[in-house]
Design a protein around this ligand. Structure first.
Ligand code: HEC
Ligand code: HEC
Length: 211
């Protein structure tokens, strides 16, 4: 399992907050499939291609990012979860570290069925923001971290291409309000904090159409 070893090494290197014990957790894809088909299926579909925009598409996402999010949803030692979400907090409560790691690899290996851009008139503005940022407001280009085509960049930067625009916009708004605060160095809180609603909707539409 070269992939498993590589993941453990990457996790240990990029997320020093994870303990050596966590980095060693094994990947059990058969068990992950069982959990996906028994639990996650209700909202994300068994292959991670969520049928409705209320739930993000997680198929094909970068595995280290999925693992970080699942870990962040989990309340540990009675402390509030780093990424506070009532629904996902309940979902991960019963999962072990090994389950979360296995599910992350499992969903990352599923083929994404991308969403589409619907609001044509927003695309030009979204494209400019994606590629160039907004110099006047000090907003960097999204492409700089999430990639020119939105594929993300392992291990820290998630894929945004093909994600539901509604979900992308909702995350930008919760970063802006600091309701979501699990981005290290406040990188997304600072960026989203400078964006107007119109800019958020435009860039989210543009990302939905990226391939
Ligand atoms: C009852 C519906 C529901 C179920 C069941 C569910 N999820 Fe979720 N999931 C959500 C919602 C809603 C969000 C978005 C939360 C937010 O807005 O921050 C989400 C977010 C996520 C994210 C974060 C994605 C990102 O791009 O940051 C991951 C990873 C995830 N879920 C994995 C899972 C896994 C694995 C399971 C099965 C163990 C599961 N979910 C079960 C509703 C659900
Ligand atoms: C300096 C690097 C950087 C830049 C530039 C950047 N991002 Fe991010 N972004 C991140 C990181 C890191 C995360 C992961 C945060 C975490 O760990 O939860 C992230 C996460 C996100 C998420 C959450 C994805 C999900 O699945 O929940 C969205 C949406 C997002 N960024 C949108 C954007 C947009 C739109 C822009 C441009 C306006 C942008 N980002 C620019 C680094 C960046």
């Amino acid at each position: 399992m070269i992939r498993t070893t590589a993941l453990a090494v990457l996790l240990a290197a990029s997320f020093p907050a994870f303990t050596a014990e966590q980095a060693k957790a094994k990947v059990d894809l058969a068990k992950a499939k069982e959990i996906a088909e028994g639990v996650c299926v209700a909202c994300h579909a068994a292959d991670g291609n969520s049928p409705t925009s209320a739930n993000p598409i997680i198929a094909g996402q970068i595995p280290e990012y999925l693992y970080k999010q699942l870990s962040n949803f989990k309340a540990v030692d009675g402390k509030p979860a780093v990424r506070n979400n009532a629904i996902m907090g309940g979902m991960v409560a019963a999962l072990s570290d090994e389950d979360m790691k296995s599910l992350s690899v499992y969903f990352s290996q599923q083929k994404m069925k991308p969403s589409v851009a619907k609001e044509e008139k927003l695309l030009a503005e979204g494209k400019t923001l994606w590629r160039k940022g907004d110099f006047d407001k000090g907003v960097p280009a999204c492409a700089g971290c999430h990639g020119p085509a939105g594929a993300g960049l392992p291990v820290q930067y998630p894929r945004l291409a093909g994600q539901y625009a509604e979900y992308t916009a909702s995350q930008l708004k919760t970063f802006r309000s600091h309701e979501r605060a699990n981005d290290s160095e406040k990188v997304m809180r600072q960026i989203a904090g400078k964006l107007s609603d119109q800019q958020i909707n435009a860039v989210a539409e543009y990302a939905a159409g990226l391939r």
